[in-house]
Design a binder for this molecule. Structure first.
Ligand code: MSP
Length: 658
């Protein structure tokens, strides 16, 4: 009988920097799902790869003094590059696509042309905002506080001749897809998409650029390169051979069962991608799952801040299995999670060294000690065995129910509940007491047999997560490959009653937490210092272009020292702070200032600032502002930086500055 098929993908990564733990998270999750489906007997296609075009790569290559292709080759194929990392992490992808691969380029050109010929891509003029780091176009209304709604960084004005995709034409069908099917998961992401993008109205999408050249040329209009997201999204089909001769798996695997993607690219996958597929009259993927981010100290990891966690360091120190396990056991897949070294080490110590490791070493050590490894014929089950056997027998179905919902952390919790039950069972049955009397030896054999069976079942279900470790477990409990299948994970009593166990190496030695955390911190500080030195802030100050003023005019400006009595954010405004100031007159002065981005209001109370107090009053958000606080402004790494002018607290409120 032909096997059932399963096609799963990760996002294809930007090789603009080395990958960090956040990227590893998604790939390891995909790998666990792919291994799970293989375990179930599916014919699996697991695709990953790299998304290598776009302005950001072009700029980075220029800075590095190499061609864009050399630049990406190094990050993808070079030492400790993307492919090396996946090898280290035991990622079992079936195919790796690079968007610079010739077959992909050829397919994308054909796709672009088809959509053009259909009338779904047309030529127009692009006017709007562009976020260079995200390679995203935005309309004014989509910006958040004037910045990119995805990454919060400043956008630039852009105007050029461009091709557009008629995204608006597909708005109703996309809405229906999101609202009335389980295409996008978890459900909370649907509300975000409808509210933020569909309800305000979908506008046509600019899908070509002329201001840089590192992209796939539009073959019938070669001054244009294809917008990087159109190029990237179609990787999921070109890698199967869609419109190229390199592969021939399109009919076999398309549509994909699921695309795993991070939350910030859900928009591309759940709105733009289905609309493009509709335009191409292609079937839609069955699911898109938008997972959360791994945060560090509550914020996004950023290479330039040096606060990225290096998966290499952790996998080399604690093993790929430990890191894989930690990532999938700790963080619910659909929401953000805070990474910390403490959590990592604690999870390894508690779950892997203590619970799983001890269960294995106690079971095998007792088999060695009391039976010389080979169990004698075991007694029939006793009452004390019922709960453990029932839990272990029911485990596979519970685990499956969670895995089918991509809730890997819950699937692992189910397994670890059974492991905890088995450890408790050892305490309850006290094998060391049974060992004292020949008459209770058959009972002892039953106890150890039940433990070995529990380990076999748990080990089988842990295969997608910690494959290397499971091989060691099977070897120590004497379970051959034909006993560790999906079918046999639902049956208790599969191992031979006279199985031979042996105590092997400790699968997860306990980690000295305090020592390790100190060492990791040291490594991280060194990394931060290096990143900060490498990215010495590019500071720009505005050139002086103002006209001269005569002295008398200058003297008309009334600058005063003012003390902040109270400061609070203005409701419904992201920018404005409302200051209540002592200006020395005995009457409070109110000034509004758009500086919330740089200051938390409570941090300013008590400070002595400088205000110009003889400006005419202005209304902002319905409130009066009487004057303006002075600050120093410059640009740092392309972002506006602002510092309020603070003066010595000895200066009394109302003192005139001249
Ligand atoms: N090239 C695009 C994807 C194109 S898919 C057709 C891209 N690349 S990326 O390298 O920037 O990000 C790849 C994935 O890594 C995204 O799903 C992103 O959410 C994920 N992560 C990057 N940092 C992350 C965390 N800190 N935590 C979890 N995942 C995050 O987007």
């Amino acid at each position: 009988m032909e096997k059932k098929r399963f096609y799963i993908t990760t996002p294809i990564y930007y090789p603009s920097d080395k990958l960090h733990i956040g990227h590893t998270y998604c790939t390891v999750a995909t790998d666990a799902m792919a291994r799970y489906k293989r375990l179930q007997g599916y014919d699996v296609m697991f695709l990953t790869g790299t998304d290598e075009h776009g302005q950001k790569i072009e700029t980075k290559a220029q800075e590095a003094g190499v061609t864009p292709k050399q630049f990406v080759d190094n990050i993808v194929e070079g030492p400790k590059g993307v492919k090396d990392l996946w090898k280290l992490m035991n990622v079992s992808y079936d195919r790796f696509i690079r968007t610079t691969d010739e077959y992909h380029v050829e397919s994308v050109q054909k796709i672009f042309k088809k959509m053009y010929e259909k009338g779904d891509i047309y030529k127009g003029k692009y006017k709007g905002k562009y976020c260079t780091p995200c390679e995203s176009f935005w309309t004014e209304s989509q910006l958040k506080d004037g910045c990119c709604p995805d990454c919060g960084r400043p956008v630039v004005d852009a105007e050029e001749e461009a091709y557009f995709f008629r995204l608006s034409k597909y708005a109703d069908r996309v809405r229906d897809l999101l609202e009335n099917t389980d295409f996008l998961q978890p459900r909370s992401r649907v509300n975000e998409m409808i509210h933020n993008f569909i309800d305000p109205g979908l506008e046509d999408l600019c899908v070509s650029r002329t201001s840089f050249s590192w992209g796939i040329p539009v073959d019938f209009d070669s001054k244009h390169v294809v917008y990087v997201w159109l190029d990237a999204l179609f990787n999921y089909t070109t890698a199967l051979g869609f419109l190229n001769e390199t592969y021939s798996d399109y009919d076999k695997f398309w549509p994909a069962d699921v695309h795993f993607v991070g939350k910030e690219i859900v928009r591309f996958h759940s709105i733009i991608w289905p609309a493009m597929l509709m335009s191409m009259d292609m079937p839609l993927p069955k699911h898109v799952y938008g997972h959360g981010w791994l945060l560090l100290d509550g914020g996004k990891m950023s290479k330039s801040k040096g606060n990225v966690v290096d998966p290499y360091v952790l996998a080399e120190r604690y093993s790929a299995d430990a890191l894989r396990f930690f990532l999938l056991r700790t963080f619910p897949f659909g929401t953000d999670g805070n990474f910390s070294n403490e959590l990592l080490i604690n999870t390894i110590n508690v779950d892997l060294a203590n619970d799983l490791g001890n269960l294995l070493s106690r079971t095998t050590a007792m088999a060695d000690k009391y039976f010389g490894g080979t169990l004698s014929e075991a007694q029939a089950e006793g009452d004390e065995d019922a709960e453990l056997i029932a839990m272990a027998s029911a485990l596979r179905d519970k685990y499956e129910a969670q895995m089918e919902k991509y809730q890997m952390q819950n699937a692992l919790s189910e397994v670890f509940n059974v492991i905890a039950r088995a450890n408790k069972y050892i305490d309850e049955t006290a094998p060391w007491v049974l060992a004292k009397d020949e008459a209770t030896k058959p009972r002892l054999a039953r106890v150890l047999y039940n433990l070995a069976e529990t380990l076999r079942i748990c080990g089988t279900l842990l295969l997608p997560f910690i494959p290397d470790t499971c091989t060691k477990i099977f070897e120590q409990i004497g379970a051959d490959a034909d006993l560790t299948t999906w079918e046999k994970a639902a049956a208790f009593g599969v191992l031979s009653k006279t199985a031979t166990l042996h105590k092997g190496e400790n699968i997860f030695p306990r980690i000295d937490a305090a020592k390790e955390i100190a060492e990791l911190e040291e490594l991280e500080n060194a990394q931060k210092a290096k990143a900060q030195a490498a990215v010495a802030p590019a500071i720009e100050v505005e050139p002086q272009t103002t006209e001269d003023v005569d002295f008398d005019t200058f003297c008309k400006s009334d600058f005063r020292a003012v003390k902040v009595k109270a400061c609070e954010a203005v409701a419904k405004s992201k920018k404005l702070l409302r200051f209540t100031l002592d200006d020395g007159t005995g009457t409070d002065r109110q000034i509004l200032s758009g500086i919330h981005k740089w200051y938390e209001p409570e941090a300013l109370v008590g400070k002595t600032l400088v205000a110009i107090v003889n400006l005419p009053p202005r209304k902002m958000m319905g409130l009066d502002s009487n004057g303006m606080l002075l600050s120093a402004v410059h640009t740092e790494n392309g972002e506006e930086a602002l510092n309020l002018i603070m003066v010595d607290d000895k200066i009394p409120a109302g003192a005139k500055l001249c």
